[in-house]
Design a protein around this ligand. Structure first.
Ligand SMILES: *[C@@H]1O[C@H](CO)[C@@H](O)[C@H](O)[C@H]1NC(C)=O
Ligand SMILES: *[C@@H]1O[C@H](CO)[C@@H](O)[C@H](O)[C@H]1NC(C)=O
Ligand SMILES: *[C@@H]1O[C@H](CO)[C@@H](O)[C@H](O)[C@H]1NC(C)=O
Length: 590
């Protein structure tokens, strides 16, 4: 053998060794592409549910190349609670994040370091207190970063935790509580049962479709552009492990889209108008939901308005699919799909007028079910996994993908990795749970699903009344129109016992109600009016707020909630009277 040939052999052998080492490295810390949308009903991809199926061709292509988890749930169907439970891997009642007004206060588990948005909205002392109560030991972003991943974040995070230090291209402010009295006064007084007198949603059902650029949210198109560009330029060819997070707001409200997407959906046919439980047969919890969303008179709206609204939402889902699809195509064209993971998820769903409601915040399937697809090394292709899953599983799954399990005390996490589930179609825990405490629920709401059964449990009301639990069999009744709780009391007890293994229902609900009271006193009552003009401030939250409502507020608050009455002028001072239902009124000089 001549010398050059031998040299060539050695070089070839050497490069083989390098390839093996590279393979090893790839195997240990593969790149991860994390794709997220906001408010996508999980059933839109599930052909075993009767829900309408808009054409989501890119997501369906990902399902063919990966593993699909149709029975995945949000652990708290609302933006900030859902996202914080996802990035911490823990229940909201555990981390004390209950609503859209307070997100993760500390940065990477360091209580001395506070998220800047928290400081912008509240005082340092208040933020320190949030951090101390939350006891959050960092997020999965922090774990991946500490494990040597290069993080690139685009789009919506909405969780806090100071993750801006990884990227400036994100929307991450979950601390908007002190500014929006309309939202916060409504949220924090929910347990009084007061709701708006305006109950005709017609105005909200007619949204434009011909806007030139459909996604209202400023970051959706840049997010798609930049994530696509990074993949095309070879980000995932790097020897440094990469975590690329691309997260869209669409199909979140505002409900608008353009004709391109609208035409792709077409008329809804038998899905134009959802079948509803008659209004007089609604469970009291659902009645409160409908009224607090101001949809009580939905049945008298014109059918074409209802179909219009629903079709706009489905069109927005098609738009989301197109945005995600651009990134997926860049990924498939530039990355070996077996070398890197892709994970696709939404934070919660959208009721889209099912159960006479819009938006989320409900334990019903449309709101609580989320899409979840995972592709990559070892993930079966085109496989459908029946096992339940939830947002809490995302953290342990990412840690599993990254080979970083030894870095986190996994026993503290509420979920489990879906990677083994993809192979064996089995969860360690064969049920999932969810919890919700915000604006549209009069009291804490808890859900457990096991097999085809779903139980919804309500914490006691402020006045001690206890609403009965609701039980649905999703196999027989996919639209959840028939509550079978009274027919199957032993099934109710059995499922409720599972739920109570995870939550101390009464205790956590009490904590949230104390938080509501404290926040309302501090950031609405004292700040805006105190007793003088309390009724005026409340009218902003509840159009048509009246004397009866003021009584409820007083009872709950233990403080007068008054109206200022124009008074007479005496010795150049104008005297006004406070009219308070509790007769705590007095004449004041203003
Ligand atoms: C916090 O997380 C770090 C790693 O991220 C871990 O080493 C540590 O044990 C955790 N501490 C607690 C109290 O959970
Ligand atoms: C990290 O990602 C950015 C893109 O966001 C890229 O420009 C940079 O080169 C990456 N750094 C490493 C060390 O991989
Ligand atoms: C709808 O928006 C998309 C994305 O900006 C655009 O490509 C399309 O041309 C728009 N369609 C119409 C009818 O304006």
């Amino acid at each position: 053998m001549s010398l050059p040939a031998r040299a060539l052999l050695i070089i070839a052998g050497c490069s083989q060794v390098l390839n093996a080492a590279e393979q090893q490295e790839k195997h240990e810390r593969p790149h991860i592409l994390f794709l997220m949308v906001d408010e996508m009903d999980g059933r839109l991809l599930d052909d075993e549910t009767p829900q309408f199926k808009p054409p989501l061709s890119n997501l369906r292509a990902l399902m063919k190349r990966g593993t699909y988890f149709p029975n995945a749930y949000s652990n708290s169907p609302l933006c900030v609670p859902a996202r914080t439970s996802m990035v911490t891997g823990r229940f909201n009642s555990d981390i004390k994040i209950w609503d859209n007004f307070v997100g993760i206060a500390s940065v990477n588990g360091d209580d001395g370091q506070i998220d800047q948005h928290c400081l912008d909205a509240y005082s340092r002392r208040e933020c320190d207190q949030f951090a101390a109560e939350q006891k959050i030991n960092g997020t999965f972003f922090d774990v991946l970063h500490d494990h040597g991943y290069n993080l690139t974040l685009w789009g919506k995070v909405h969780a806090g935790g100071g993750v801006e230090r990884f990227s400036r291209h994100i929307f991450n402010d979950p601390f908007t509580g002190t500014g929006l009295v309309r939202e916060s006064a409504k949220a924090w007084t929910r347990s009084t049962g007061v709701s708006s007198k305006k109950q005709d949603p017609t105005d909200w059902l007619q949204r434009p479709i011909n806007v030139p650029k459909p996604a209202e949210n400023f970051f959706d198109y840049p997010t798609a552009d930049e994530c696509t560009r990074l993949l095309e330029q070879g980000l995932f060819k790097s020897s440094t492990p990469q975590f690329l997070y691309c997260s869209f707001a669409v199909p979140h409200p505002p409900y608008q889209t353009n004709n391109t997407y609208w035409n792709l959906v077409g008329p809804l046919g038998k899905h134009a108008i959802p079948v509803q439980v008659p209004r007089d047969q609604l469970h009291p919890a659902d009645e409160y939901y409908v009224k607090s969303k101001q949809f009580w008179n939905l049945d008298s709206c014109r059918p074409e308005h209802i179909e219009h609204f629903r079709r706009v939402y489905f069109a927005m889902c098609v738009e989301a699919d197109h945005l995600v699809g651009r990134i997926l195509k860049a990924f498939w064209n530039n990355v070996d799909p077996d070398s890197a993971f892709v994970i696709f998820v939404s934070d919660h769903g959208e009721l889209n007028l099912e159960h006479r409601q819009w938006q989320k915040s409900s334990m019903k399937e449309a709101s609580a079910r989320i899409p979840l697809i995972v592709s990559g090394p070892g993930m079966p292709k085109g496989r459908r996994i029946q096992s339940l899953a939830s947002l809490n599983d995302i953290y342990p799954t990412l840690v599993d993908m990254a080979g970083a399990a030894s870095r986190v005390p996994t026993h503290q996490l509420a979920g489990e990795s879906v990677l083994p589930m993809a192979r064996w179609d089995q969860r360690k825990k064969n049920y999932v749970v969810s919890e919700y405490y915000d604006t549209f629920s009069r009291t804490g709401t808890f859900m457990v699903r096991q097999g085809e059964k779903k139980l919804i449990v309500h914490a006691p009301l402020e006045n001690g009344v206890r609403w009965p639990a609701q039980l649905f069999n999703l196999a027989d009744d996919p639209w959840e129109l028939k509550d079978i709780a009274s027919e199957f009391p032993t099934e109710v007890s059995r499922l409720e016992a599972l739920l109570r293994k995870e939550f101390d229902v009464e205790a956590v609900d009490r904590q949230k109600k104390l938080y509501d009271h404290k926040m309302f006193m501090k950031y609405v009552y004292r700040r805006y009016s105190g007793p003088a003009g309390c009724q005026k401030a409340m009218t902003v939250a509840f159009p048509g707020f009246d004397e009866e409502d003021a009584k409820e507020i007083e009872k709950w608050l233990g403080k007068p909630c008054c109206k200022v009455m124009e008074g007479r002028v005496q010795r150049r001072a104008k005297y006004h009277t406070l009219a308070c239902p509790s007769k705590m009124g007095e004449a004041v000089s203003l």
